[in-house]
Design a protein around this ligand. Structure first.
Ligand code: NDP
Ligand code: 2IT
Length: 449
């Protein structure tokens, strides 16, 4: 295993996030490899870390002043053993091949856990949507799709949103795909409701994450009601995580964006949350504006120099990181646990560093890793695909109840797999093992391709 990890690192130096994601899965699946000697002969590990296809392309676009810019576009099609490639698109200046590969790799196992037939992929661009006009966003999306369209399709690869890609961007991407292919199909998920979207898809990642948290608490005869919760981020996942916590009687005291965070000791209630939704989704403003309207809140600007994020220093029962990868570091995990946190449930992808995860597991904290806890988003994307294929739309209650059933099933699958391999109670081991076993057995069934 050590040699294998060295090989992965040496093959693609500089892809730290990808190495981090691979190493975590590898540690969990050691007992599976030991129990199945044929996996070694079939080189399943070597195959599963190698993307089936990596597409990288130039995206030239023109700003409103007539200046031309060039960004890099990606789509990493990681694994199609259990279904067509499926996964989001991220537009953020930090995007590079290593980040795309980490997200695509995680997506393979996450999609496997959803109970639906979806392979794993991720894409995006280092394009920075901040401060861009609506027309600039449209031209960029069109430029990006002008290349991507030839690689995707409703039975081949179905992208969706992620950081910087929401309903607006999916609309522009879909419009260009439809024009180029002369085909109206379910090639993207996260579409608007009146042209093929699914009810509850916007809510799905956040709601699903909170359903998963409720399942974890139930194993200790506990519930979210009355719990004080810290949330990072204020985008799609953070907003609907907050909304569902409020539905279940919890209290939310923080939200953040890349510039800083707000702490509202009186709690962010549903009226305040509506203000945040309008601020972030329509006005596209910064979270510090919250304190102008609600003076009970304190704003703290982000400080990249610190070895910890003061957001995670507030005392709370539950913690929902919903912004980005590696946002909970060792010192943050120390602070959270010293202040009595009982549960960490990850809305974002890989938000906790390996050191932070070790602290949570050493101290017996309920820890729901992202590939299980945030799978509700892609699961409802799968339900959107099903509805598109039927050319029917389910009511919100139907989608929401299917989402709940799926999250409950993922939770149970994690517990069962962990138990079977001697890691009872570890959602990390359970998620990685269950996700891995399903994909690997499909790969073996399908021969050496
Ligand atoms: P959004 O773009 O809607 O929101 C992202 C939020 O996180 C914003 O508040 C943003 O701040 C903040 N953020 C982004 N990057 C950073 C950074 N480097 N440092 C600090 N804050 C940052 O994205 P989503 O809510 O969709 O995604 C959030 C997380 O959830 C990501 O990890 C994503 O991969 C994951 N996820 C998303 C799913 C989905 O369906 N959308 C499904 C499963 C996981 P600002 O407003 O300043 O940009
Ligand atoms: O990380 C993720 O699971 C997503 N961004 C959602 C992917 C999807 O296809 O809905």
């Amino acid at each position: 295993m050590d040699d294998f990890m060295t090989m992965v690192r040496e093959k693609d130096p500089g892809e730290e996030e990808f190495h981090q994601a691979v190493e975590e899965v590898l540690e969990s699946v050691k007992p599976v490899i030991e129990r199945n000697p044929e996996y070694r002969r079939a080189a399943v590990l070597e195959r599963i870390v190698e993307p089936e296809r990596v597409i990288q392309f130039r995206v030239p676009w023109m700003d409103d002043e007539g200046q031309v810019h060039v960004n890099r576009g990606f789509r990493v099609e990681m694994n199609s053993a259990i279904g067509p490639y499926k996964g989001g698109l991220r537009f953020h200046p930090s995007v590079n091949l290593g980040i795309m590969k980490f997200l695509a790799f995680e997506q393979v196992f996450k999609n496997s856990l959803t109970t639906l037939g979806m392979g794993g992929a991720k894409g995006g661009s280092d394009f920075n949507p901040k401060g861009k006009s609506d027309n600039e966003i449209m031209r960029f999306c069109q430029g990006y799709m002008t290349e991507l369209f030839r690689h995707i399709g409703p039975n081949t690869d179905i992208p969706a949103g992620d950081i910087g890609v929401g309903t607006r961007e999916i609309g522009y991407l879909f419009g260009m795909y439809k024009k180029l292919k002369n085909e109206f199909s379910g090639v993207l998920t996260g579409k608007s409701l009146n042209w093929g979207g699914s009810l509850i898809r916007p809510e799905a990642t956040g709601y699903g994450c909170v359903y998963f948290a409720a399942e974890m608490l139930a194993t200790r005869n506990d519930k979210l009601e009355g719990k004080t919760c810290l949330i990072s981020g204020s985008g799609n996942v953070a907003q609907y995580t907050a909304e569902k916590i409020l539905h279940l009687g919890g209290r939310v005291v923080t939200l953040s964006d890349s510039y800083g965070y707000i702490y509202d000791e009186q709690g962010i209630d549903s009226e305040k949350l509506e203000f945040v939704k309008e601020l972030k989704n329509i006005k596209r403003g910064r979270i510090d504006r919250y304190t102008e309207k609600y003076t009970s809140a304190v704003y703290t600007p982000a400080d990249q120099i610190l070895d910890h994020n003061p957001l995670w220093g507030h005392g709370a029962d539950c913690c929902f990181p919903c912004a980005t990868e590696n946002e909970i570091q060792r010192q943050d995990a120390e602070n959270l646990t010293n202040n009595g946190v009982q549960l960490i449930c990850e809305g974002a992808n890989m938000p906790s560093t390996p050191e932070a995860v070790d602290i949570f597991s050493d101290r017996g904290i309920l820890y729901g890793p992202s590939k299980a806890a945030n799978a509700g988003g892609v699961a409802v994307s799968g339900l959107e695909m099903a509805q598109n294929s039927m050319r029917l739309n389910w009511p919100a209650e139907e989608v929401n109840s299917r989402l709940k059933i799926i999250m409950k099933s993922i939770h149970q699958t994690c517990l069962d797999a962990a138990e079977e391999y001697g890691e009872a109670g570890s959602y990390v081991a359970g998620a990685n093992i269950a996700g891995f076993v399903k994909v690997v057995s499909a790969m073996l069934d399908q021969g050496l391709v």
